[in-house]
Ligand binder design. Sequence first.
Ligand SMILES: [Zn+2]
Length: 285
Amino acid sequence: MRAALDEVVARRVNAGAAVPAFTCYGAGTALAVVGAAESLRLPVILLVAPSSAAAGGGPRLISTLRHIADDARVPVCVQLDHAKDEALIRQGIEAGADAVLADGSHLSPEDNAAFVRRVRASADVVVEAELGSVPGAEDRAAVQETDLAGKTDPATVGAFLDASGAQLLACGVGNVHGRYRGTPRIDWPLLARIRQEAGAVPLVLHGASGIPAADLRAAAAAGVGKVNVNTELRTAMLAAAEENLGRCRAAGEDMLSLTGAVTAAAEAVVREVLTTLAGAAAVPT
Ligand SMILES: [Zn+2]
């Protein structure tokens, strides 16, 4: 069912929980994500990578996810992720995205805020901003040094939120996109500072793949309201495809069985993340 992303996240934050967001490169992944969320009766977010949105079938992928989200028995949002280009944002919103990460993290804080402000003024969607930058590539996993992570300067947060009007804030607290070298080290004092500076604006943690479940739970308890997951889902789906390919080929090119195995692998990851982030009160919303 349709629901405003900022309201869905705010409700879960009040329950000490966070809403996970999963990158969907196709409708099959979205069906798996929504199926898992329905089985646990919890809200979820479908993410579209900017690479997918900009590809030939991008608008159709987004409108397909819109349909899947609206048809779901739980609140499901469709968010265009890491969008740096205003034309792509317009196209994504027209296709059915109800939220966007207007990513100006590569700009100065002033230009970043102005960019986010323009996106907010141009459309009636929920707008997330990113301050500081989360290193690593979105679509391909490469090992990242967490020490090099572009952490958010808490002193800039209040002014940035005032100037930008962002409704959610992605921050760098030692998190990276892709894979972590060694154990990820979340900077908890920094997260607490940013939480304080951000007031009522929920924080977003990108690059959750590889962060231990206990740390994800702690992040939710520390006021992170949304957690983005991509690599972990790709890893599970590719492993399931590899494991089942020979069997399905031998069984008369059994495509149904192959997609079933990949879907089941995705659902298992989604259920695990949803459960981890469900907080103390895993009540249906
Ligand atoms: Zn991200």
